[in-house]
Write a protein that binds this ligand. Sequence first.
Ligand code: NAD
Ligand code: MG
Length: 388
Amino acid sequence: MSLTRRSVALLGATGSIGIQTLDVLRLEPDHFELVAIAGGQRVTELAAIAEEFHVRRIGIANESDREPLASLVAADVEIVVGSTGLAELAQCADIVVNAVMGFAGLPVTMAALLAGKRLALANKESLIAAAPLVVAARSTPGATVLPIDSEHCAIHQCLAGSRAGVGHPDVRRLLLTASGGPFRGWSHERLATASKRDALNHPTWSMGPKITVDSSTLMNKGLEVLEASALFGIEVERVDVVVHPQSIVHSMVEYVDGSVVAQLSRPDMRLPIAYCLGLPERLHHGWGMLDFTQPLSLTFEAPDREAFPALDLAYGAARRGGAAPAWLSAANEVAVEAFLNGRLAWAQIVPTVAAVMDQYVDDPLHSLDDLLANDATARRLTHGILEK
Ligand code: NAD
Ligand code: MG
């Protein structure tokens, strides 16, 4: 049996995940048709992708980019703008790849699920912030979420064939692996001197700037604990983090009988992307294949929770639930942006987020409006702290 040809909307097409998704699509023209793309900036790159893949619908973030883009593409190409544009594009394909960075990806996640689409999700921020709303949207007939994030894609594979049931009755815990980032083993004193160049120098993965900084603070792993809990319906007490510097074991599931199931490959995001596109079939490309005739060493250690308090901050937000994860993610996004713009020291990123979380007042998060209000409040408070 071969796959039927499915349409794909790639939103966040010009970023790190977007470009690697295009790599996969380029090799699979018989299986996938790219019908819509979107990006925040870079109209020249968007136009080039549209030409190569004959895409007729493009989303952009700002109205001011419409004219420059229109001058580069065929006259019949439809250009849509902003979050409503993203939501529209997220309903127009069989598979929606959400590769947008940050909370801006929320309309894609919600619209794709509410339209009953397969959501291939890289954008963890939207799931984390909107977890209670996503749970409801996922029950739309046809809607599925497949995680592109490598750890969650690994867990998805390790859970395959396990007994279904609320809370995964046969699972003792999920073990998320973490490379430890560029600052693994650094002392508190040395971390105080960490620069932007140091933070952007990830040892095993090449990714967009925001997630690279998140990896350096271990906030990425904290966000991934929240992501795993929301995706797999498992409480955070049963999600643990293990540092594994080689990034070969992408995550593991420990079952109640003591068995541990892991997924391995060399680090290559095209593998999880292809998994999410191809399911129920696997695409024949061998991304990140391991050579077991060569020496391979796999080491594991506990994370340094004192030097990297972002991890416990995330567990704390998970326990509070409601809008707390949305606050954590929003405050972190603002703080990381300030760091990338040279307005905040690396060592102040997590303390800034912690100071915002100290002001969180419980909100159960009943609606999208609730979420948008909470996101705005957390951002305002973070900016307030940064301006002090
Ligand atoms: P990136 O910064 O390289 O790319 C982000 C993309 O989003 C770009 O195409 C950008 O133009 C687009 N974008 C940003 N704001 C937008 C808006 N308002 N409207 C439309 N498009 C917008 O980021 P990335 O590293 O590719 O990460 C994307 C997402 O995937 C993030 O949520 C990240 O956490 C997640 N992720 C990335 C990796 C990785 O290897 N890069 C791994 C796991 C998860
Ligand atoms: Mg990851």
